[in-house]
Design a protein around this ligand. Structure first.
Ligand SMILES: Cc1cc2nc3c(=O)[nH]c(=O)nc-3n(C[C@H](O)[C@H](O)[C@H](O)COP(=O)(O)OP(=O)(O)OC[C@H]3O[C@@H](n4cnc5c(N)ncnc54)[C@H](O)[C@@H]3O)c2cc1C
Length: 440
């Protein structure tokens, strides 16, 4: 087992965290606060741009537990709910988090990720983690007697090496360990890609609803509208891959053409201008075959990413970091319980992803859209659905039971509209099996 400290060629630590996004910064802060020697290596320098700006209400207790709730409140735009706009039903429905089962978390924030991620990374530093930026981990080897060694390269070309008792992969979509073990799999049940940009001068909702996220459905997918505190609005189109294959123009022109296909979104942007070029992100739904093993675990996007429709990414990443911190603590302090702790971590992480996935896979089906556009609080099912949208999926059995009832209603609804449901599933399967779309 490596001793702690730094030799001339090698930095030694208890825990090496790869990646300083929400997952990495969270687990680094938690483990350093418990007295472990933590080194976090980040390939970029914060503040840096990242997409994924809409948080969930259940992020807030996590931020408070990290001690950064007030700091995030200063940079965030308050989001009381989510508005779904459907041209197929010619109506708009707003889900207010204040009506969820648990009324204690009535809002969340929209944040610029450059600012948010910096708050989390600074917090990790304050709590004692050694943070090394502009240093990219390029390879990891596992020692037969436990522990691991990682190679990295600094921005100026210097090579670094690390020896750790435990390694946490929080490298996001770079999926360092999943690639290393060749266990990353494209999601066979879901497939989409995105185009996004930031606008100045977009029309916002009035009053308290100004910070709400809006989701606009249209024929090729859906749009997000995320109002940020500095007056700009993040807008993105998430579409089936077949649609992106049509693209002939550059990303910005294609983005503007796509917006024109959704009159409700176009209307809100009629007086707005893009603040920079649009960005395209290729197919992004994947999962690794497992997220833990002897001496390592994977957090957040380093393990799996489904789809941003319910803004679950940052919450799942941070939550996996809280679960992961417990597992790592056990592995370091009670190695004889390590296997059990990692199994528990793995089960909890998978459960969160699977719970959201069921809704995400069906959100474009007519049966689910109908339920979203005509919510009814029969047996408190709507409150449970709101809790799901708020990220409140861990814990209460009563919410889980109502979500089972919701699923039964969904299946009955599908049977009532069996023809349209079947054709929607066929279209969906065809869209998913389309060839991979690459980002540019
Ligand atoms: C189009 C789109 C829209 C989204 N919208 C939302 C949303 O509205 N709300 C939401 O909650 N989520 C959203 N997400 C998801 C969200 O962006 C991610 O789930 C979230 O950022 C995951 O956090 P993470 O810490 O796991 O990874 P990341 O935030 O990606 O952090 C990983 C970090 O690791 C660093 N890194 C990578 N490789 C290395 C290496 N080899 N060495 C050192 N450092 C490395 C990277 O520089 C990065 O800083 C969206 C995603 C997409 C694609």
């Amino acid at each position: 087992m490596p001793e702690l400290g730094t030799t001339q060629n090698e930095t030694r630590c208890d825990v090496l965290v790869v990646g300083g996004g929400p997952a990495g910064a969270t687990i680094a802060a938690l483990l350093a606060a418990r007295g472990h020697d933590v080194v976090l290596v980040e390939k970029d320098r914060h503040p840096r741009f990242h997409i994924g700006e809409s948080l969930l209400p259940m992020n807030l207790p996590l931020l408070d537990r990290l001690g950064v709730g007030e700091e995030v409140a200063k940079i965030g735009m308050v989001k009381y709910g989510a508005e779904f706009v459907s041209p197929y039903h010619r109506k708009t429905v707003t889900f207010n988090f204040g009506n969820a089962w648990n009324k204690n978390f009535p809002y969340a924030y929209q944040v610029r990720r450059s600012e948010f991620d910096l708050v989390l990374l600074d917090n990790a530093r304050r709590r004692g983690a050694r943070v090394i930026e502009e240093c990219k981990v390029t390879g990891v080897e596992f020692d037969p007697d436990g522990g691991s060694r990682a190679r990295a390269t600094h921005a100026d070309g210097r090579v670094a090496s690390f020896a750790a008792r435990f390694i946490v992969d929080a490298s996001g979509r770079d999926t360092l360990l999943a690639n290393r073990f060749q266990i990353k799999e494209r999601n066979s049940k879901h497939n989409s890609a995105a185009l996004y940009g930031h606008f100045r001068g977009a029309e916002r909702l009035p009053g308290e609803a100004e910070g709400n996220i809006s989701i606009f459905w249209f024929d090729h997918g859906w749009f997000w509208f995320i109002p940020l505190a500095d007056g700009t609005t993040s807008v993105g189109a998430v579409c089936w891959p077949y649609y992106f294959k049509r693209r002939q123009a550059d990303a910005t022109s294609f983005f503007l053409e796509t917006i024109a296909l959704c009159p409700e979104a176009a209307h809100r942007l009629r007086d707005a201008e893009l603040t920079g070029p649009a960005t395209a992100t290729g197919n992004y739904s994947y999962r690794a075959r497992h997220c833990s093993g002897p001496g390592y675990l994977m957090l957040g996007d380093a393990f799996a990413f489904i789809d941003p429709v319910f803004s679950t990414g940052v919450f799942l990443a941070m939550n996996s970091a809280f679960l992961g911190a417990e597992a790592v603590e056990t592995c370091l302090k009670e190695p004889h319980h390590a296997a059990r702790a990692l199994r528990r971590f793995e089960a909890q992480v998978r459960d969160g992803i699977d719970t959201f996935s069921w809704y995400i896979y069906r959100v474009t089906t007519p049966a689910l859209r109908e339920l979203f556009m005509g919510p009814r609080n029969v047996l408190r099912v709507e409150e449970a659905l709101l809790s799901l949208l708020a990220g409140d999926i861990y814990g209460r059995r009563s919410i889980r039971r109502r979500l089972v009832i919701f699923k039964c209603i969904y299946y009955l609804n599908s049977l009532r509209h069996v023809k349209t449901s079947m054709s929607a599933w066929r279209n969906r399967r065809r869209a998913i099996s389309e060839a991979t779309v690459e980002a540019s």
